[in-house]
Design a protein around this ligand. Structure first.
Ligand code: ATP
Length: 205
């Protein structure tokens, strides 16, 4: 199984990297593609430009062979819809099940994503716990209907129908890119909340 982990990564932080690491370990994923969004459909203009967000992800994962920087959303015109991204993955990696990875806050918004039915027809969903978020509303209902435990999914045959939802407990790290951008604004250090290349990027000049 291949993990697909999208986000704005504005900037990437250790909450993202622990999510990717722990979900990959728990589900025995062969690798994780980190997919920075070029034009995120759900939010305003990022602080960092697309090339910088990609570069910081690349440098932050350089020593981790299980992680791949995937710039496919930057090579496509228009908004970065996850349904299209997953179609692209499915066409490229035929026969390899896909697992879309996200935090609980993102999962709670999933029912409103563009063509979400297509997402559930293309990939499993791994939902990582995040401080302050529990499954709610339609997302909680989907979790109840489609839930599978990590050990079951990790050992499931490759032809298991996709669209299962697997909750994965991870180390709770109360870090968000929003908080980090506020620290930058105040001229404060990001050190130890982010990988070293991100610290260095913001401490220049
Ligand atoms: P922002 O504060 O700018 O919204 P963010 O820190 O939430 O950013 P995103 O790039 O929007 O980061 O998130 C990408 C994915 O990572 C989402 O699925 C989100 O739920 C998850 N995520 C981000 N931070 C954490 C964290 N500390 N713990 C668990 N999951 C996280």
């Amino acid at each position: 199984m291949i993990g697909v982990f999208g986000g704005t990564f504005d900037p990437i932080h250790i909450g993202h990297l622990r999510l990717a690491t722990e979900v990959a370990e728990t589900l025995s994923l062969s690798r994780v593609h980190l997919v920075p969004a070029a034009i995120p459909p759900h939010r305003g203009e990022p602080l960092l430009d697309p090339a910088t967000r990609l570069d910081l992800v690349a440098r932050s994962i350089a020593d981790e062979p299980g992680f791949v920087l995937d710039d496919r959303e930057h090579r496509r015109a228009g908004p970065s819809y996850t349904a299209d991204t997953l179609d692209d993955f499915a066409a490229q990696f035929v026969g390899e099940p896909l697992v879309l990875m996200m935090g609980m806050d993102a999962f709670n918004g999933l029912p409103d994503w563009h063509e979400v039915e297509r997402i559930l027809q293309t990939a499993h969903i791994a939902v990582a716990t995040r401080p302050g978020s529990e499954a709610a509303g339609t997302a909680a209902q989907w979790l109840a209907e489609r839930r599978v435990e990590p050990a079951e999914l990790a050992h499931a045959p490759a032809d298991t129908p996709v669209g299962r939802i697997v909750p994965v407990p991870i180390t709770r790290l109360d870090i968000s890119a929003t908080t980090l951008r506020a620290l930058v604004e105040q001229g404060r250090s990001l050190r130890y909340l982010v990988p070293e290349p991100v610290t260095r990027h913001f401490s220049r000049g």
